[in-house]
Unconditional design. Structure first.
Length: 58
C-alpha cells in the first residue's frame, strides 16, 4: 500500500522539479535524450524528500 502524499511533500517535490526544469533546456540537455519521465522524476524526488524528513518517533 502506498503512503499518501502530504501537501508539504507535494509542495517540496514540485518546487524541486520546477527548479530542475529551469536549469537546462532541450538543446543543452546533459542526459543526451535519456531524461527521466515526469513520473519517474516525481517518484525519485519524493523518495529523497521522505528519506530526509524526520519521523515522529523519538
Amino acid at each position: 500500500m502506498k503512503k499518501e502524499i502530504s501537501i508539504n511533500e507535494l509542495s517540496i517535490v514540485n518546487t524541486i522539479i520546477k527548479t530542475v526544469r529551469r536549469s537546462h533546456g532541450a538543446a543543452d540537455c546533459p542526459h543526451k535524450g535519456n531524461c527521466l519521465s515526469e513520473d519517474e522524476m516525481f517518484e525519485i524526488i519524493l523518495g529523497i524528500v521522505r528519506g530526509l524528513t524526520p519521523c515522529s518517533k523519538s
